[in-house]
Write a protein of this length. Structure first.
Length: 461
């Protein structure tokens, strides 16, 4: 799967930030452009909240089934495709190669796994939707709006839990879908998600917050923590974003309320390494998941681990146990497995796409062309998020957080990222501030793009 060909730039509507209904040249936006902007908001916010809406329907109106969830996802993906639709061949070529490869795997396995196709179609379509719009102001507003929604309903859940459950009976919703059974809920039919109360003491702010792990519109706290990382990373990257610090505070608030240890540790790591991300070459990112895969599998073989507790170390032990139980045919995608792999993104990805598919998909992501070299640190943040999450969960495939993540990534890699000049430089070092726009040396496709330069894949644009 050739990343450069597959992720070539799409036609754009965006230029300078513009008023509603106005195009970059000051003329009135066309009906199609206005429709696309409406559909972007509908699909991204819809991906975030449609399960929450269905939970309300199940609690207050009528029973919902798993088919309702599938139908909603199909509608959202179809609407996103309407926006992403373009005359350029990149998205269609990638999709054609991927589907052909998956058909080969299905033939070898003797069974069709539609969820595996869905797991890649969702990020692909939302990424290209962001690539087509390439509107940083729109992405900023979507992130800020999403944070406001999650914080608002999170506070409602935490401060008025009984009233919240009167409208959003989370357990009842997952029982109706068939995702849980009465044995797993110990006979309870009303309540928060089964991980809404952690058995061990709370990690984040135990002196202030109770055991309740807030899930907000995501209904389960794992996605809430993931969302916090996504929103925080975007605000950290978008130094010129309006309300940047409010978004960062809101993201950290939902991480704390969800007691999301992964979210907290990932935000700390991303903040610590952000100054050096632009210096890390692409080949390093390319090999990292497979080094992790080898190390975890080696640990599993050497120790014979059978899994672990709910700590981060225990979750990695679970990954090691799952990996050591996979046969060679399963690892290469020629056979399926009935093992539960949702607790390990590495194992899940291997069993769904095979080793060749894993390498190709990860390589396509690492070698995404970026129009502005200033977008490279954000792509690196996304890679860190995925690398760490793959050790403990496959939740990065969920549309609940994926719709926003892939849209803003598509936006970042295709937009003109303005240089941010700090107040200190503007006021006390005006000469250096002006010099910050100087064009540095040309970069290789295998290295992190040099600041101020376009990725080589864009040179013929």
């Amino acid at each position: 799967m050739n990343a450069t060909a597959a992720f070539a730039p799409a036609a754009s509507f965006a230029g300078r930030p513009r008023a509603p209904g106005e195009q970059a040249d000051g003329t009135k936006a066309s009906f199609y452009e206005r429709l696309c902007r409406v559909l972007v908001v509908l699909t991204v916010i819809g991906g975030l909240t449609f399960n929450f809406f269905l939970c309300f329907v199940n609690t207050r109106i009528t029973t919902t089934w798993d088919s309702y969830v599938i139908t909603c996802e199909l509608i959202l993906v179809a609407l996103a495709f309407v926006v992403a639709f373009d005359r350029r061949a990149g998205m269609y070529m990638f999709l054609a190669v991927f589907v052909t490869y998956m058909v080969l795997l299905f033939t070898l396995r003797g069974q069709v796994d539609s969820k595996a196709v869905r797991d890649i179609v969702v990020p692909l379509v939302f990424y290209f939707m962001g690539a087509k719009m390439r509107d940083l102001a729109l992405a900023d507003k979507l992130v800020a709006t999403s944070v406001a929604i999650v914080v608002t309903f999170g506070m409602f859940e935490y401060l008025a839990t009984d009233l919240y459950l009167d409208f959003f009976n989370v357990l009842g919703y997952y029982l109706a879908r068939g995702s849980l059974n009465l044995t797993e809920t110990f006979g309870h039919t009303r309540g928060l998600f089964i991980s809404g109360l952690r058995p061990e003491p709370r990690t984040i702010l135990p002196f202030l917050l109770e055991q309740h792990r807030v899930a907000s519109v995501f209904l389960e706290p794992v996605s809430t923590g993931n969302f916090g990382v996504i929103a925080y990373s975007w605000a950290l990257f978008r130094s010129g974003m309006r309300g940047r610090y409010f978004v960062m505070f809101g993201a950290l608030t939902v991480i704390a309320m969800a007691d999301a240890r992964f979210g907290l540790y990932t935000c700390v790591l991303i903040t610590a390494v952000s100054p050096v991300l632009r210096f890390i070459p692409r080949p390093v990112w390319l090999v990292l998941p497979f080094i992790m895969l080898a190390l975890v599998a080696t640990y599993g073989i050497a120790t014979g681990t059978k899994g672990g507790d709910n700590s981060l170390g225990g979750r990695m032990a679970v990954t090691a146990h799952i990996l050591t139980g996979l046969t060679t045919d399963v690892v290469f995608g020629a056979a399926s497995t009935d093992k539960f792999t949702a607790d390990s993104g590495l194992a899940y990805t291997l069993t769904k796409f095979g080793l060749l598919g894993f390498i190709s998909l990860w390589g396509s992501l690492v070698f995404l062309p970026v129009k502005s070299a200033r977008a490279w640190p954000y792509l690196s943040m996304v890679l860190i998020y995925l690398l760490l999450l793959m050790l403990i969960s496959n939740s990065f495939y969920s549309i609940k957080t994926g719709a926003l993540l892939w849209f803003i990534l598509g936006t970042a890699t295709h937009a003109d990222i303005p240089a941010h000049i700090s107040w200190f430089k503007r006021t006390l070092m005006p000469g250096k501030a002006a010099g910050s726009h100087a064009t540095p040396r040309r970069s290789s496709v295998f290295s992190a793009p040099a600041p101020g330069r376009t990725s080589p894949a864009w040179n013929d644009r």
